[in-house]
Write a protein that binds this ligand. Sequence first.
Ligand code: SAM
Length: 229
Amino acid sequence: MDYTHSAVRWLLGATAHPGGEALTRHLLGRLRLPTGSLVADVACGDGATLDLFARAGLLAVGVDVEPRAVAKAGRLAAAVLGDAHHLPLASGVYDAVVCECAVSTFADPAQALAEMVRVLRPGGQLAMTDVVLRRDLAPAEVTAAVDRLTSARTMPDYAALVTAAGLRVVRTEDRSVDALALTRRLARRLTAVGARGTAATARACARAVESGALSYALLVAEKPAARLR
Ligand SMILES: C[S@@+](CC[C@H](N)C(=O)[O-])C[C@H]1O[C@@H](n2cnc3c(N)ncnc32)[C@H](O)[C@@H]1O
């Protein structure tokens, strides 16, 4: 999917994740980073989060695999073309790594998380937000729709991935309120342009959020500090 396309932006809004800039501000509040902290935004899209981080006094560098996204992001902040599975970033220097709505889209999330851990300094923090899917509860229509865009997991499965990568999970937050707002927005806008089939799928997704089968979540984790000898 081309997230920089104007029709996609009209559907999604300024960011390509549920919760928009408000959720990114919330995430930032959880990290409590001092001014001047070095932050990597993995899968930065067209740079809305990088822009917010720069305005918050952080030194942010974005990486995305999509050249059009990097070109747009590069107008706002430092952004480099690269793959999350092989980050073109130095090891052990980032105070925080942020990854919004993207781990679930990676071919090998464990490899991408290993890369995020590599670039973090000891004591550095990972904050990710992503789509959460309970396959045991979701109707087939919803599972098929979510699977077209992501390999969404349950929250415990994301936490297990992050833990296996060597981080300590310090916080998880359910953000179904953001998933509900976005699925309802999509249903309204798709209805308005006459995309009846897709609008019906968006409504089914909204119902799945209401029933607890589909959600969005924030996870914060920490890289263990280096041991003193
Ligand atoms: C749903 S968008 C989220 C963009 C942005 N993080 C946001 O929240 O607005 C997913 C992004 O992941 C990027 N992406 C997908 N696979 C990637 C990979 N292997 N490496 C880097 N970026 C990737 C896409 O190009 C897209 O910009």
